[in-house]
Design a binder for this molecule. Structure first.
Ligand code: GUN
Length: 303
């Protein structure tokens, strides 16, 4: 078998295009420019790259981008004050605090200080509760949302499929499992303490890998014809001197390609979807605030 490559870069570009059209439509309808604020505490290099890309793509879809950069030693209360300011800022419709935060800051406290209506990351306990119970419309965490869009592009009917999620983080694993369950999959969550993990993954129709371990998931973990969504982004030292670090997923890609029916590459799979979904969530947040519908072109893409 030669796996179909799921082109996240192309799907994300098309989603951003629809977001751009929706942003323009809402501007015509309501007279407002949509605004997304990103808060970065400290100078973690990977976070800086993410934040720069978010700002660039936010502007490209016609939204206003607010970047709040704060020193790594900022007292927790000062950060909470900044969040509160953004909660009340009428030009800001979405707020994202880049994680991880420095160790002296209580992440949960900061996340739950964000106005639920502006929580475009979907990490607020009320949004995760809504996702888990189906009470009202939840803001869905961006990476799992991107994974679902990619998955549906190759498996339109997920009902009854056995999906195995590797990883149980609040950012990816848990909301991912919830979304798959809501799509009527049979869901198994595996993690670092799971015994005989390969026996479980070999039963999977779908594997979502979000464990942060380079190339851990090999073809031996797979049933022929499985669909693989690889969330991992791991930097490996270059093979030869003078080369850039190699980016690899949690899945041994070349090996998996011989067994899987479809797979997301790294880079160019799940990665580009996250920001596109963040922008889509900002449209969703704004539409809800205005008590209007998400423009049809975009709601169609979100399914
Ligand atoms: N750090 C890694 N992924 C994410 C994400 O999706 N949102 C935020 N806020 N921080 C992150």
């Amino acid at each position: 078998m030669v796996a179909k490559i799921i082109d996240g870069k192309a799907v994300a570009a098309s989603l951003r295009e629809e977001v751009g059209i929706a942003v323009e439509h809402l501007k015509q309808q309501t007279g407002n420019v949509l605004g997304l604020a990103v808060v970065l505490v400290g100078e973690d290099p990977a976070s800086q790259v993410y934040v720069r890309n978010k700002a660039k793509q936010t502007k490209e879809v016609g939204m206003e981008s607010f970047e709040i950069r704060l020193p790594a030693d900022i007292p927790e209360q000062k950060l909470l004050d900044e969040v509160e300011k953004l909660n009340h800022d009428t030009k800001v419709h979405g707020i994202l605090v880049q994680l991880p935060l420095p160790a002296h800051i209580d992440e949960t406290k900061v996340i739950n200080a964000i106005d639920v209506a502006k929580d475009v990351d979907g990490f607020h306990v009320i949004n995760s509760g809504k996702l888990a119970t189906g009470q009202g419309s939840a803001m869905i965490p961006c990476t799992p949302m991107g994974c679902m869009i990619l998955l549906r592009s190759v498996v339109p009917d997920l009902s009854g499929k056995h999906a195995v999620v590797l990883g149980r983080s609040n950012i990816v694993g848990k909301p991912m499992a919830q979304l798959l369950l809501n799509a009527s999959c049979t869901v198994t969550i595996c993690h670092s303490r799971t015994q005989n993990v390969q026996e479980i993954t070999r039963q999977a129709d779908i594997i979502v890998a979000a464990i942060g371990r380079p190339e851990m998931v090999t073809s031996e973990w797979m049933k022929p014809g499985v669909v693989i969504i690889d969330v991992g982004i791991n930097r490996l030292p270059p093979e030869h001197e003078g080369e850039k670090p190699r980016l690899v997923g949690d899945v041994a890609y070349a090996d998996a390609c011989g067994v899987a029916a479809a797979i997301t590459p790294v880079p160019g799979g799940v990665g580009p979807m996250t920001i596109a979904c963040l922008l889509a969530n900002t449209v969703k947040a704004y539409a809800a605030m205005q008590q209007t519908e998400i423009p049809e072109n975009l709601s169609k893409q979100l399914g």
